[in-house]
Design a binder for this molecule. Structure first.
Ligand SMILES: Cc1ncc(COP(=O)(O)O)c(C=O)c1O
Length: 422
């Protein structure tokens, strides 16, 4: 039998920041930046430490057999105990991060994973069985699509890919066996924004669960659970940790859905390391500041790029020219720090531009403090031909810029010089 983790977590964690907020005297209506600093901490911490200690342990000890029996009995009957027995089931440092992330996204509970992909794949494996079907929107993270289209197929699970924003195609794709509709919002790399109200209406009408990968938005800019989406996933590798120094993923949902996923995580095993959990908790403390800065820089850089004669098109939900600008305005508080744009030129000219910038660093990923730049055709889609890339919507002249926290004027000056000389 699996550890009754909720029993243990009742002691360690604080759902939605409530008791912790009260014990801190901050009140339950704390704003997101306050939650990002405080939620999930039950004071006093061990040793009266200000920060949540790193519980760097794989296993937990028992004084004697009576102590062990006591624990097992309590677990069997769901009695409250302030401990666990093994690190794959619960870790107090991890539990503190989960409580903070649940509070930020307004969920009943959250579950941390070793990476964003571990979170995505674990959810899909938990809700899909042989003979069932999943619908996924295109313009999504390539590995998620790959998992649905190739990996799940081996287990007799079918997948339909529908164009982002094509509601008729989504309705038509739903079958009696459909269990899940999966989408990102905003998407990678075109920052398409899905109308969450409409998605939920379709999901509920068909009795199908909805999942939003909200990595690009963060809970500061968008809270899909407030729209009754069932499950939210983030690659915590990006904005949530914010420093490009760890991999982690999280799912936020109701307590009952997370309880199911937690049971499965105990079997699948893709748990996050306590050190990484601590770094994530530390990174979260500055989430509000970072995202505010990245939102502002995103807007400024997008407007600059859109107005430049050597840029064919800029993609940013904060631009009125973006196809989903109205939806983004209605359901997001900020438009994020990723801007994609098409250079006036071919594959090689675009590479020359990427090489001509000085501040942004060439690297995959996004959401950290350093501005990163990539040409998707030569990064995630390198092994595909131009035609194959076009088929999945990746143009040779597309550039994706993930803004960090540098002065936006410095970034714009740099982009300007690169656009003049590539
Ligand atoms: C939108 C999105 N979801 C999921 C992932 C996967 O996350 P991770 O790299 O932490 O496994 C990524 C990674 O780039 C992503 O961009």
């Amino acid at each position: 039998m699996m550890t009754s983790t909720s029993v243990v977590r009742d002691v360690w964690r604080v759902a939605s920041g409530e008791p912790a907020m009260r014990s801190e005297g901050l009140g339950v209506r704390a704003g997101p930046s306050t939650l990002a600093v405080h939620a999930g901490e039950t004071r006093p911490n061990a040793h009266h430490a200000l920060t949540v200690p790193i519980a760097q342990t794989a296993t937990y000890t028992f004084a004697d057999t009576a102590d062990l029996r006591d624990f097992m009995e309590a677990r069997m009957w769901g009695g409250a105990r302030d401990r666990t027995e093994y690190g794959r089931y619960v870790n107090p440092t991890v539990a503190a991060v989960e409580a903070r992330l649940a509070a930020l996204d307004g969920g009943g509970d959250a579950l941390l994973f070793a990476s964003g992909m571990a979170a995505v794949t674990s959810v899909l494996l938990s809700f899909l069985t042989a003979g069932t079907h999943v619908v996924i929107t295109d313009d999504s993270y390539r590995r998620t699509r790959q998992f649905c289209l190739t990996f799940l197929k081996r287990f007799g699970i079918e997948c339909s890919v529908v164009p982002m924003g094509d509601w008729a195609a989504m309705e038509a794709a739903i079958r009696p066996t459909t269990r899940l509709i999966v989408s990102e919002s905003p998407t990678n790399p075109y920052l398409r924004v899905l109308d969450l109200t409409r998605l939920v209406e379709i999901g509920q009408r068909h009795g199908v669960k909805t999942l939003i990968d909200s990595t690009f938005a963060t809970p500061l800019n968008q809270r899909p659970l407030d729209f009754d989406v069932d499950l939210v996933v983030h690659s915590a590798t990006k904005y949530l940790s914010g420093h490009n120094d760890l991999l982690a993923g999280v799912v936020v949902a109701s307590e009952s859905l997370i309880a199911l996923l937690r049971q499965n995580l105990g079997v699948l095993g893709a748990v996050v390391d306590p050190h990484n959990a601590y770094l994530l908790l530390r990174g979260l403390k500055t989430l509000g500041l970072r995202v505010q800065r990245q939102n502002e820089s995103g807007q400024r850089v997008a407007e600059f790029l859109e107005g430049h004669p050597r840029v064919r098109r800029a993609w940013y939900p904060g631009l009125t020219s973006h196809p989903d600008h109205d939806t983004a305005r209605a359901q997001m508080l900020g438009f994020g720090g990723v801007v994609s744009f098409e250079i006036d030129g071919d594959l090689d000219a675009t590479s020359r531009f990427v090489d001509a910038v000085r501040l942004p660093i060439i690297a995959p990923s996004l959401g950290g403090v350093e501005t990163l730049i990539e040409q998707p055709a030569l990064m995630s889609y390198y092994e595909l031909s131009t035609e194959e890339r076009e088929a999945v919507g990746i143009k040779d002249n597309l550039v994706r810029l993930s803004l960090g926290i540098e002065e936006v004027e410095d970034l714009i000056t740099d982009l300007e010089q690169a656009l003049e000389r590539y």
